[in-house]
Design a protein around this ligand. Structure first.
Ligand code: PLP
Length: 403
């Protein structure tokens, strides 16, 4: 008997954990050491959870064995609401906060509750590919708007505007962006909000890297700029608090909620259906938000993340035909391989060849829904010596790459 997969999965693609990773696992099973720079998982690179975050979970563990309220425990939701009210999101209250098993779960809840087959969602290209996959899974159509590498990967607003149709329901902003590291200027966010306002779109803002900023970059939450647009802001503990494995994320609904009663009911139905987010980890949320924000020192040039990013940029710049926009946030570099130097037809094959030859695992640009085959994403979480070795392997590979 042949058991087949659902047709719903036909367009669902998540290459960060795709076939190249499967091959890396086979090589590891054969005893090879693979340098894995493919996933933004701080715990895998020796980053330790802030002690106050661990303590909050440990102290509450005995009280956290039951299901919680499906939207999450009050203390965590109040802390999230206080945070957003503090940065200027109008009307943010605990009842507007939903806790989830990471942002990943909440993205899917938010999209499933909104979309019908044939609807469209505007998503940046390149994107964190869960967004595209999760829209496809609803039966709706992901429509990519271009981000412009020559403008520091800022969204191309003309392209975005040109892609709005009567079926467009939402526009996604990933800021700071994964994979590009772009941090969007206020004026760009204002213009995206203006498009949402004009066409009555829901704004979905994935801001999971909002506290991972370099070179004095400042982050603006788009919800602050658009109090009259229904805005869903997503963030959590995976990156800025280094506990991706806790699966602790949140979503804040802001803006004209009176116009979105039916949609909010849909969110309630779906969050009720999954009962609740991991309860012990919910106790980490208030402690994390009230804690000393140790990530900030790490992103300075003298801090671990800042030093790793700067050294990686320096090493990439020394490889012929490779250039890289300086990321202002997040945990990645997204270098470009000059197509006149490296004629890459299939970038998945390129990363497979790199894996086979150098035992280095990266993710190809098309894995982030980039239409061209001339980019790679490098995770900058490993210590400097590992990054030096990895980028050395990349340089050696490229020097012999015939395309
Ligand atoms: N959003 C972006 C932009 C990400 O890069 C990631 C993980 O890499 C996620 C969401 C997933 O976050 P979580 O661990 O909260 O599910």
């Amino acid at each position: 008997m042949r058991i087949t997969q659902s047709a719903k999965l036909a367009d669902v693609c998540y290459d960060i954990r795709g076939p190249v990773l499967a091959r890396a696992k086979e090589l590891e099973a054969e005893g090879k050491h693979i340098v894995k720079l493919n996933i933004g998982n701080p715990g895998a690179f020796g980053f330790e959870a802030p002690p106050e975050v661990i303590a909050a979970v440990v102290e509450n563990l005995q009280r956290a064995s039951g299901y919680s309220d499906s939207k999450g425990i009050p203390a965590a939701r109040e802390a999230v609401a206080r945070h957003y009210a503090g940065i200027g999101v109008a009307g943010a209250g605990a009842e507007d906060v939903y806790l989830g098993n990471g942002v990943s779960e909440l993205i899917q809840v938010a999209l499933q509750a909104l979309l019908d087959s044939g609807d469209e969602v505007l998503i940046p290209s390149p994107d964190y590919p869960l967004w595209t996959a999760a829209v496809s899974l609803t039966g709706a159509r992901p429509v990519h708007y271009r981000c412009d590498e020559s403008a520091g990967w800022a969204p191309d607003l003309e392209d975005l505007r040109s892609k709005v149709t009567p079926r467009t329901k939402a526009v996604v902003v990933i800021n700071p962006n994964n994979p590009t590291g772009a941090v969007y200027p206020r004026a760009v966010l204002e213009q995206i909000a203006a498009v949402a306002r004009e066409h009555e779109l829901v704004l979905m803002a994935d801001e999971i890297y909002d506290r991972i900023l370099y070179d004095g970059a400042e982050h603006t939450s788009v919800a602050v700029l658009a109090p009259d647009v229904l805005t869903l802001t997503f963030s959590g503990l995976s990156k800025a608090y280094l506990v991706a494995g806790y699966r602790a994320g949140w979503m804040l609904v802001a803006g004209p909620k009176q116009d979105a009663r039916e949609y909010l009911e849909g969110l309630e139905i779906l969050t009720n259906m999954r009962l609740c987010a991991n309860h012990p980890a919910q106790h980490a949320v208030a402690a994390a938000l009230a804690g000393p924000q140790s990530i900030q020192a790490m992103t300075l040039p003298t801090g671990r993340l800042g030093a790793q990013r700067n050294r990686s940029l320096e090493l990439l710049a020394a490889i012929p035909g490779v250039s890289c926009v300086r990321p202002e946030g997040a945990l990645y570099l997204f270098p470009r391989l000059d197509p006149d130097v490296y004629r890459v037809k299939d970038d998945q094959q390129l990363v497979l060849d790199l894996l086979e030859q150098q035992h280095l695992l990266l993710v190809q640009g098309t894995g982030f829904n980039l239409p061209t085959t001339d980019h790679l994403r490098i995770v900058t979480l490993p210590p400097v010596d590992v990054l030096e070795d990895a980028i050395g392997r990349l340089a050696a590979f490229l020097s012999g790459y015939a395309g």
